[in-house]
Ligand binder design. Structure first.
Ligand code: ZN
Length: 99
């Protein structure tokens, strides 16, 4: 089952997956232009059982009525750390099918 997709441009590769905690997509840069200071994740190359390191931290400031979301994505499962503010904080669940 495919749980993530790539967005490729000349300079970047971004992997996107649907977050079951936030119920919207999260994007991680896995290739960025040389010299860029943008955050960069290591990725195992899989769209079925992706692993990203380090953790994915979305909306750390808890702005806009959206939850703060802090997770580790490992082998297609997403482990939400307790500092997440949505209903899956502290839980580990499979990533949903990406479509
Ligand atoms: Zn999330």
């Amino acid at each position: 089952m495919i749980v993530a997709a790539t967005i490729e441009t000349e300079e970047r590769t971004i992997v996107v997956f649907d977050c079951p905690g936030c119920r919207y997509g999260h994007h991680v840069n896995v290739r960025i232009p040389e010299g860029s200071r943008d955050p960069l994740w290591q990725w195992n190359g899989s769209l079925e059982s992706p692993t990203f390191t380090p953790s994915v931290f979305v909306n750390a400031q808890n702005l806009g009525g959206y939850p703060r979301c802090h997770s580790y994505v490992t082998d297609g499962k997403i482990q939400f750390l307790p500092d997440s503010t949505h209903h899956l904080a502290g839980q580990t669940v499979p990533l949903p099918q990406y479509d």
